[in-house]
Design a protein around this ligand. Structure first.
Ligand code: HEM
Ligand SMILES: *[C@@H]1O[C@H](CO)[C@@H](O)[C@H](O)[C@H]1NC(C)=O
Ligand SMILES: *[C@@H]1O[C@H](CO)[C@@H](O)[C@H](O)[C@H]1NC(C)=O
Length: 319
């Protein structure tokens, strides 16, 4: 009887430990099976960056989009197939690009350790490298994500829109286990990259019934944006950089935000509640504190669990 109880408890412990292990990400996940995984991804990112300065921003945004739809499961990478329109062909896909960098990394990984490293982990590693190689902080990426088999364009509606106010942003992040602090810190990802006029047009023309232009925008900044993005903009790729130092990862985003020089209503929204406003001021004042916080929040975002159950061989197709 007693021995049985002990055995049962032992069995239960093993089951719990195993199932916990299955769900838990770890920086050491590939230590035995593919110790060179990080290195291979870093090389692919470096190589792409040397030819194209827009790669880091693309990789960082790709990770955000992946994690916010179905968890970080590589669903953003799947190509549309037959009647199924995939996430990457969904509405806010403008400026999602650089998928070839993930393909190159995957190809090199399949040569070294076939069938081992998930596409979702590659995206997470590539986002870390994008930040680090742009002068930002680096960190040990927890790994062990599995790739999902479902990607639906219609589900990109679940992504926050650039017109969101602070309560909509709180809800969007909160649903994914992310706090208001994470919201402020991760919005700092807008230190890299570019936005098309359509993403901030709402602040420049017909803002509301009283004002043409969002009065929280710095007037000369608004005037220059209106120059690039007229009311009936016909230039296909017109737009603006997200902060004054678009290829370097730093806290300039927060400094510009405080001067009324942010692009999206969702950026400006961070100044509409006292607690988030205080955080913006804090990170505008200290790049060091910002980098520390960014690492923590990125690890949190990149740990949003998906329902994936396989390791793809080609990141664009399910097995
Ligand atoms: C808070 C909610 C967010 C909203 C509403 C938002 C919205 C947007 C929009 C509309 C664009 C421009 C798309 C275009 O016009 O081409 C953009 C670009 C970008 N976003 Fe966000 N974003 C958010 C959060 C994040 C997060 C959490 C990250 C990463 C940590 C991120 C990283 C980026 C980057 C790097 C770009 C530039 C992409 C490029 O140049 O290729 N964003 N975002
Ligand atoms: C975005 O969606 C459009 C329309 O479905 C598609 O033609 C385009 O290739 C997509 N962009 C990317 C980067 O996948
Ligand atoms: C944010 O927008 C939603 C939807 O339009 C609205 O119901 C809500 O009152 C707004 N909240 C704030 C704080 O403006």
């Amino acid at each position: 009887m007693n021995a049985n109880l002990v055995l049962n408890l032992l069995a239960l412990t093993v089951v719990l430990a195993v199932s916990f292990h299955v769900n838990a990400l770890s920086p050491h996940y590939y230590d035995q099976t593919c110790p060179q995984a990080d290195h291979i991804v870093t090389n692919a990112v470096k190589k792409a960056m040397s030819n194209d300065k827009t790669v880091p921003a693309a990789l960082l945004r790709m990770h955000f989009h992946d994690c916010f739809v179905r968890g970080c499961d590589g669903s953003v990478l799947l190509d549309s197939k037959g009647k199924n329109k995939a996430e990457k062909d969904g509405p806010p896909n403008i400026s999602l690009h650089a998928f070839y960098v993930i393909d190159n990394a995957k190809k090199a990984l399949e040569e070294q350790c076939p069938g081992i490293v998930s596409c979702a982990d590659i995206v997470s590693l590539a986002a870390r490298d994008a930040v680090a190689l742009s002068g930002g902080p680096t960190w040990a990426v927890p790994k062990g994500r599995k790739d999902g088999r479902i990607s639906k364009a219609i589900e990109t509606r679940q992504l926050p829109a650039p017109t969101f106010n602070i309560s909509q942003l709180r809800q969007s992040f909160g649903q994914r286990g992310l706090s208001m602090h994470d919201l402020v810190v991760l919005s700092g990802g807008h230190t890299l990259g570019f936005a098309h006029c359509s993403s901030f047009q709402n602040r420049l023309h017909n803002f509301n019934t009283q004002k043409q232009v969002d009065p929280t925008l710095n007037p000369s900044f608004a005037a220059s944006l209106r120059g690039v993005c007229p009311a009936h903009n016909k230039v296909k790729n017109a737009g603006a950089v997200l902060d004054g130092s678009t290829t370097s990862f730093d806290n300039v985003y927060y400094k510009m935000l405080m001067q009324g020089k942010s692009l999206f209503s969702s950026d400006q929204a961070l100044l509409t509640s006292p607690s988030t406003m205080n955080l913006v001021a804090k990170y505008a004042n200290s790049n060091e504190e910002y980098e520390r916080a960014f690492v923590k929040s990125m690890i949190k975002m990149s740990s949003i669990l998906g329902n994936g159950n396989e390791v793809r061989l080609n990141c664009r197709k399910v097995r």
